[in-house]
Design a binder for this molecule. Structure first.
Ligand code: ADE
Length: 257
């Protein structure tokens, strides 16, 4: 069973989504498990502070190392093999292949293009640069369907760079900046969990849909009524000719821009 532990200051922002629809069903069926660690509990001093001003000056506050390391280490004490994911706008851009890899569907890196999000460290502070482990950069991910992922959700203006030394994967949701890692965490979890066999209704749905084979987009689909305000369903789809239907679908599949 795949497991996600989400380290966040705002578990209440994530819980409702994970208790709804497919994510809830996945948990109910024992196919996925979601746990939360409230970063505030690892805060410092009477105010349980988790952030501070940047050395060298500048606007905003940065997540401090101590609460983050203590939170991650509390999870790793129970499961030392857990992998740490950091959502950040400077990470590897998330895509379907990475979701498949994380779901344990693709376990071997076959090409440079197939490489998963670049790991930034292997879990220690061993290399000469505290935030880089070149050997890990080449490896890609080799997840199994049982992998435990810790997703650290930063907030405020950013994080102390030394936090990267305990991060395995930096993942970006795209070239825009969000206020925190909570939305990226939900997107990563959703896109991975729905791929796990048994989570979606039709067993083939995750296989044939958009992006499951590289950049192919899904073909157009229709349901009843046949005629909606003058817009009719293409007749080939009513023909019962499976060969012609497959050909039409192939011809009408889009390509990602
Ligand atoms: N945190 C803030 N912006 C982000 C982005 N685009 N992707 C992932 N994490 C983020």
């Amino acid at each position: 069973m795949i497991k996600f532990t989400i380290i966040t200051l705002f578990p209440e922002a994530l819980e409702p989504y994970l208790k709804t629809s497919m994510m809830w069903k996945a948990a109910e069926k024992g196919l996925a498990r979601f746990e939360f660690v409230n970063l505030r509990e690892f805060g410092l001093g009477p105010h349980r502070s988790v952030d501070d001003t940047p050395y060298g000056g500048g606007d905003g506050m940065l997540l401090r190392c101590e609460p983050v390391f203590n939170a991650i280490e509390s999870v790793k004490a129970k499961d030392p093999m857990a992998k740490v994911i950091l959502p950040t706008p400077v990470g590897q851009i998330w895509n379907q292949e990475m979701a498949q890899r994380m779901a344990g569907m693709l376990v071997k890196t076959t090409s440079a293009r197939a490489a998963f999000a670049q790991p930034v460290a292997t879990g220690g502070r061993r290399s000469s640069s505290p935030c880089q482990a070149p050997e890990a950069l080449r490896e890609g991910i080799s997840a199994t369907p049982d992998t435990h992922y810790i997703i650290l959700c930063p907030h405020y203006e950013g994080y102390d760079e030394r936090i990267l030394s305990i991060v395995d994967y930096k993942i970006s949701l795209g070239k825009y900046v969000l206020t925190g890692g909570e939305l990226p965490a939900l997107i990563i979890i959703d896109s991975v969990v729905r791929l796990i066999p048994g989570v979606l209704g039709g067993e083939q749905s995750a296989q044939i849909e958009s992006f499951s084979d590289g950049d192919n987009l899904e073909y157009p689909q229709y349901t009843k009524p046949y005629d909606f305000r003058g817009m009719k369903v293409p007749d080939v789809l009513l023909s019962g000719n499976h060969g012609e239907i497959a050909k039409w679908r192939a011809e009408h599949s889009g390509t990602a821009k």
